[in-house]
Design a protein around this ligand. Structure first.
Ligand code: CA
Ligand code: CA
Length: 567
């Protein structure tokens, strides 16, 4: 049940995308003494399920709210019918592989449940530890996929010694329409999760860390959906590695950090057959990539990639290249790619932000923020005059350019040659709220605000805020937006409260007395120590909105209020 309470003053909040399992209604909050300033309170109770996506957005002083549309209601109904036909199989550490896999008589291992599933079925995995497994030649359909899903926050899959190939802990082979959701896996011999061949495999909400070579590795697999995973500390290579000639991968909302090589690597390879040696139609968006590249590569490293979109990604403190499109193993160099609205802040020992090398046709770059802490490298790098001629780049924040991987020009010198005529320079401190905590939201008065070229295909920012907000879109991955409080999922299904936008005003975020284990996490960098705030207490935001507060709550209830949204 989802309950919203309203105090006097202000208007009704705007509700967006409520999930089907939540009921929503308005009520008056019980009186308190002393009464606080006019504000809203959101209260949410989640029963029998975990949050799977952002389900409510709360904006100050918007006068009306939307209810579920008829189309959305029909979708919910269709989902309910589909769920009725499908079967769930349960696995828990206390189960037995001789059991039928019902809730009352669960199985022990995921691999045992996989012997029983049909298209449309789900394997629901309780917290605990499970042996690595193969999904071999299993085929669901678009409307009836085979799902392996964690129902808690800590279902861990461990590497094995008893399979024919123990290199990769989870191995999906020649399968289709399989979903792996919310599993965690660490310390793999090679990859925590490998997708080999097949089509339409989804990997989402997984945490894959400290693996020997890669967190997630795919080869010869088409139509991948890789979203909202955390892939970190791969010892030898990359966080996510999409290899060979597979086409149309979507990589969205992943967090890849502290990998020795690339954060995200797409590497088409003409020398390893079958395949055309080109990755076509990739969509790489809304990823956050940091602290990668001590061993080289790129935060987004793209070899033989064509007709793809790279947008709304945030890259900071990477030590090799930022976004780099090139050809070494691919059959052809890059062409037909769109690099839009990325924010890049390279480390002092990093290479260049955005790189076009060995191009074979037109590529477009727009609305990127390309900054670096390096003493002489810069934002935009071309391999030679052919790459310059092939690249349509403008409306970026960039200070230095190399047209031939040798000479280094200032933006003014480059513009004197008729290039980047709408681009501007900028600095970390005059653009971003607080880079010391990984907060790359734009300052209210940043020159990048409302200074981007409108792009019809980019209608939202990294966080899903609509573009444009204000008079025009903003450069970089974040659109400066009105104040918003959102409730969304976090890794493992814990609710996440996120305040964003509304820079320059004072807000206060309170939790309810019922809320325990309330913590406020600094934005983006999980290595930052969270600030502990007990339930029922509050934290005052500074006069200038300096950071985003992410409140992780217990799994059963979360309550927060916002003070002085409007003054
Ligand atoms: Ca291909
Ligand atoms: Ca704007």
């Amino acid at each position: 049940m989802l309950t919203f309470f309203r105090r006097t003053g202000g208007g009704l909040p705007h509700l967006e995308s409520p999930l089907s399992f939540c009921r929503i209604h308005w009520n008056d909050e019980p009186a308190s003494n002393p009464p606080p300033p006019p504000h809203w309170t959101i209260s949410c109770r989640i029963c029998n399920t975990k949050l799977s996506e952002r389900f409510v957005r709360f904006l100050g002083r918007v006068i009306k709210y939307r209810t579920l549309s008829l189309a959305a209601a029909l979708l919910v109904l269709a989902g309910a019918i589909s769920a009725f036909a499908a079967q769930n199989f349960y696995v828990t550490p206390s189960g037995a592989d001789t059991s039928p896999g019902t809730a009352a008589q669960p199985l022990r291992e995921i691999r045992a449940a996989l012997e029983l599933v049909a298209p449309g079925d789900s394997i629901l995995v309780a917290d605990g530890t499970y042996l690595g497994f193969d999904v071999d030649s299993r085929t669901g359909t678009a409307s009836a996929p085979i799902t392996v899903r964690s129902v808690g926050t800590n279902a861990v899959v461990v590497k094995t010694t008893d399979r024919g190939d123990n290199r990769d802990t989870i191995h999906i082979i020649d399968s289709a329409f399989v979903i792996i959701d919310g599993l965690r896996s660490f310390d793999a011999n090679r990859a925590a999760l490998r997708v080999e061949g097949g089509t339409h495999i989804t990997v989402r909400n997984c945490v894959l860390g400290n693996n020997a070579t890669w967190g997630l590795f795919t080869d010869f697999s088409d139509d991948l959906l890789i979203e909202n995973n955390e892939c970190y500390a791969s010892a030898a290579q990359h966080g996510i590695y999409v290899s060979n000639s597979g086409d149309r991968p979507t990589l969205r909302g992943n967090r890849c950090h502290d990998n020795f090589g690339s954060g995200i690597q797409l590497n088409a390879d003409v020398n390893i057959q079958p395949g055309d040696g080109i990755i076509t139609g990739a969509l790489i968006e809304n990823n956050v990539l940091y602290n990668n590249g001590a061993g080289g590569g790129g935060a987004v490293n793209l070899d033989g990639v064509q007709d793809s979109v790279i947008r709304n990604n945030l890259l900071f403190n990477n030590h090799a290249s930022g976004i780099i499109l090139f050809q070494i193993d691919g059959a052809e160099g890059p062409r037909g790619n769109q690099v839009y609205h990325n924010t890049i802040d390279m480390a002092a020992d990093g290479r260049w932000d955005l790189n076009f090398l060995q191009t074979t046709g037109a590529n477009v770059a727009r609305n990127n923020i390309l900054l670096t802490r390096h003493s002489f490298r810069g934002g935009l790098r071309f391999g030679d005059a052919n790459d310059v001629a092939n690249t349509d780049s403008d409306y970026n924040v960039v200070t230095r350019i190399t047209p031939d991987d040798n000479a280094i020009l200032t933006l003014a010198e480059w513009q004197a040659q008729g290039r980047e005529l709408h681009s501007i320079t900028g600095t970390l401190t005059n653009l971003f709220v607080d880079t010391t905590v990984g907060n790359y939201h734009l300052l209210t008065n940043a020159s990048a605000v409302d200074f981007a070229q409108p792009l019809p295909t980019v209608t939202a920012d990294l966080e899903g805020n609509l573009r444009p907000s204000g008079g025009a879109p903003d450069m970089g991955c974040y659109e400066l937006s009105p104040f918003a409080l959102k409730i969304s999922a976090f890794n493992g299904g814990q609710p996440l409260l996120r305040m964003s936008g509304g820079a320059g005003r004072t807000y206060r975020l309170d939790s309810s007395s019922a809320l325990t284990n309330w913590v406020v996490a600094k934005h983006l960098d999980p290595k930052q120590s969270p600030l502990g705030i007990p339930g029922g207490q509050s934290v005052a935001r500074p006069a200038v909105l300096s950071r985003e507060f992410c409140a992780l709550a217990g799994p059963s209830a979360v309550c927060a209020s916002v003070w002085n949204v409007e003054t």
